[in-house]
Design a protein around this ligand. Structure first.
Ligand code: ATP
Length: 254
């Protein structure tokens, strides 16, 4: 029998990294996700776009195993992230919208702490990112600005070169310099290396700039999911497609 490594190496490229089938989630009377199905294939940047409250964070929390599927199934690398969190999360890098890092730790302590959990942690890359993000290793996380905290969170999500990087509304935390000069390049590099990025956003121009594949979500439903070039070809722009399929314009205010 093949070992796990060989099975992973030999898995067909078309195997989805994320495979969600008929996922439903309610919070009291609110239907946050209503029978959502989506397969995210390996290698590329996948943008999840929708207005505030559309269900993006709830969707992402299921992928990370932070919420259990009420009904339907969630598989990441073929694994159930609730039943097998260690195997799934060791292959995922995650930057949350809240990005609640322990305030008493210094940047250096955060790096050493996170490193202990990830055998694939790359010291040289971590140091390169620390310098690129101009983070003082001695600075306490609790004293950093929101943007600096997001940089620290991104650093530790990237430094073990995860197979899947999940970013929940990175624009809401990261400052314009990192967004404009670094984030897009980081996402492209990951995709070019055959790894996968899933990021959520309420900003169409941000998604249009970097995504290969776009999923539009509205009120817990997937309104459209297609490669960006197909959407552009059929609708002219992402904005036109959003209006046609979601039925409203997005508030582009940050
Ligand atoms: P945002 O960017 O504003 O976070 P979103 O697209 O990520 O928006 P979700 O956070 O997934 O949306 O929320 C989807 C719906 O579920 C919203 O109506 C939200 O109020 C509701 N919701 C999410 N989490 C909870 C919770 N823990 N308890 C109650 N309602 C919730």
């Amino acid at each position: 029998m093949q070992n796990t490594y060989m099975q992973r190496r030999m898995a067909p490229v078309s195997d989805p990294v994320i495979d969600i089938s008929e996922l439903t989630r309610r919070f009291g009377a609110t239907m946050a996700l209503d029978s959502v199905s989506l397969a995210v294939t390996r290698g590329g940047v996948h943008g999840l776009v929708g207005a505030n409250g559309a269900g993006k964070t709830t969707f992402i929390k299921h992928i990370l195993g932070l919420l259990r599927a009420e009904s339907g199934s969630v598989r990441v690398f073929g694994l159930d992230p609730v039943a097998d969190p260690v195997s799934a999360l060791s292959r995922i890098g995650y930057l949350s919208e809240e990005n609640d890092l322990p305030g008493w730790m210094s940047v250096d302590q955060l790096m050493r702490y996170t490193r202990a959990f990830y055998p694939a942690w790359d010291d040289a890359y971590a140091e390169e990112l620390r310098q690129k993000f101009t983070l003082d290793p001695a600075a306490k996380l609790g004293k950093l600005s929101k943007g600096q905290k997001a940089r620290a969170g991104l650093l530790v999500a990237l430094a073990y070169r995860p197979e899947l990087l999940v970013l929940d509304e990175p624009s809401s935390g990261l400052d314009p310099i990192v967004r404009r000069d670094i984030l897009g390049a980081v996402m492209r590099t990951i995709a070019d290396e055959g790894r996968t990025v899933l990021f959520s956003s309420h900003l169409l121009d941000e998604v249009e700039e970097v995504a290969d594949h776009v999923t539009m979500i509205r009120d817990g439903h997937i309104a459209l999911s297609a490669p960006l070039d197909v959407i552009r070809e059929s609708h002219g722009s992402l904005e036109e497609a959003f209006i046609a399929h979601v039925g409203e314009a997005l508030d582009e205010a940050d």
